[in-house]
Ligand binder design. Structure first.
Ligand code: ATP
Ligand code: FE
Length: 370
């Protein structure tokens, strides 16, 4: 059994699960959506305070829902990076407390590795090595997963992640707080050919990404159409205005995803050169819950004889299950820290890894890029 506390930018969740069949015994999510709605964003200090306020209840509820106590657990897992130290510290502090009380080993988890490995919870046939695209609010990573904890980074973003581009575009189009999902919904009513956006980085023959330029193009398109977007939410827009916004949403989405497809096609070629035995293409992270993204990337996988594995949307966006599962994978492999000493003071400083690359950069990729 394994408990985990997950503290990404603005949500907190805990979960308990058993190994064997990977059954999830409980899952508790406490999000800061209300703070987001009130202030339009969450400042790090505000996030830290909000986490600290609820973490005890979340942990207790996760245990209660599973009808377990701390002494039934075998280990505790917690995100130690990458991310904001201020927020990571809240989770690590709580987990050390639990670990100390019950004498449990601790597994420090890499947030992005967890996004990738949760695919192995949902697809038991998914063996290493595999290729993974991780697309979220803060990352755009293409990695070749050789084995547990051993990754080669084929590509990353040189500026923004795709989730950030979805979020900004959604905000500019006057969409609700769901952002990415709201934009996906609006794009269904739009014409993807209505606005011609340039596909980023075509002249760079590598697997890196860039979304800052596309964001600027979207911004200019909105301004040139004189859409009153910030102040008038889409629910109050005229029919014509709404259609223009839907067209921008669809045109943005097409190019944002085409950029993914192009880089993934090259990454598949690189990956198969390094590891010809690859059979699976994993796509995870919040943006992977988007149906259009999944359909397009499934096509890339099929074109190359690979099988796409993408977790259900609830396991693509941040969740505690993925941290617990990754904790289990490392625990079983013998990679964990001993329980804290019974006399460890509560204010001990722990090692956090706010910047933590998932793996070495692929060196041939760098030379190809030049
Ligand atoms: P990171 O994992 O890089 O630290 P994060 O943890 O904040 O970032 P996730 O929770 O994995 O990110 O994903 C959140 C992102 O996914 C947000 O940018 C959100 O808008 C986006 N997203 C969620 N659902 C969809 C969707 N259906 N379409 C597009 N984007 C989506
Ligand atoms: Fe995440």
């Amino acid at each position: 059994l394994c408990f985990c506390a997950e503290l990404p930018r603005c949500c907190l969740s805990g979960c308990l699960q058993v190994r064997g069949d990977g059954e999830i015994l409980s899952q508790v999510v406490s999000s800061q959506a209300d703070l987001l709605a009130r202030y339009g964003g969450v400042a790090p200090k505000m996030a830290e305070e909000a986490h600290a306020l609820v973490i005890d209840q979340v942990v207790q509820k996760a245990l209660d829902d599973a009808k377990l106590s701390g002494s039934d657990l075998s280990a505790v897992a917690v995100t130690v990076g990458p991310g904001l130290s201020l927020c990571l510290r809240v989770g690590v502090h709580k987990v050390r407390q639990v670990a100390k009380s019950f004498g449990l080993p601790i597994v420090g988890v890499h947030h992005m590795e967890a996004h990738a490995l949760v695919s192995r919870l949902v697809n038991k046939d998914l063996d290493f090595p595999f290729l993974a695209l991780l697309i979220s609010g803060g990352h755009n990573l293409l990695v070749l997963a050789h084995s547990l904890g051993q990754y080669v980074q084929l590509g990353t973003t040189i500026d923004d992640a795709i989730g950030e581009a979805y979020d900004e575009t959604a905000r500019w189009l006057g969409l609700d707080m769901r952002k990415g999902p709201a934009l996906e919904e609006l794009a269904l009513d739009g014409d993807p050919d209505a606005v011609k956006f340039r596909v980023p980085m075509r002249q760079h023959k590598d697997c890196n990404f860039s979304y800052a330029g596309l964001k600027t193009q979207v911004r200019l398109a909105i301004e040139s159409k004189n859409l009153s977007t910030y102040d008038i939410p889409i629910s109050s827009a005229s029919e014509e205005d709404r259609q223009s916004r839907a067209n921008i949403a669809a045109s943005f989405q097409r190019v944002a995803v085409l950029h993914l497809e192009e880089r993934c096609q090259r990454a598949v070629e690189w990956a198969l050169k390094i590891e010809p035995s690859i059979k699976y293409f994993v796509v995870s992270g919040g943006v992977a819950s988007n149906k259009y993204v999944r359909t397009c990337l499934n096509q890339v996988a099929e074109n190359n004889g690979l099988q796409l594995v993408s977790p259900p949307p609830s396991l693509c966006t941040d969740n505690g299950v993925m941290i617990a599962w990754t904790g289990i994978e490392h625990f079983v492999a013998g990679r964990f820290e001993d329980p804290p000493a019974a006399d460890e003071p509560d204010d001990t400083q722990y090692e956090l890894r706010p910047r933590w690359p998932l793996g070495e950069e692929y060196s041939e990729g760098r030379s190809v890029a030049r």
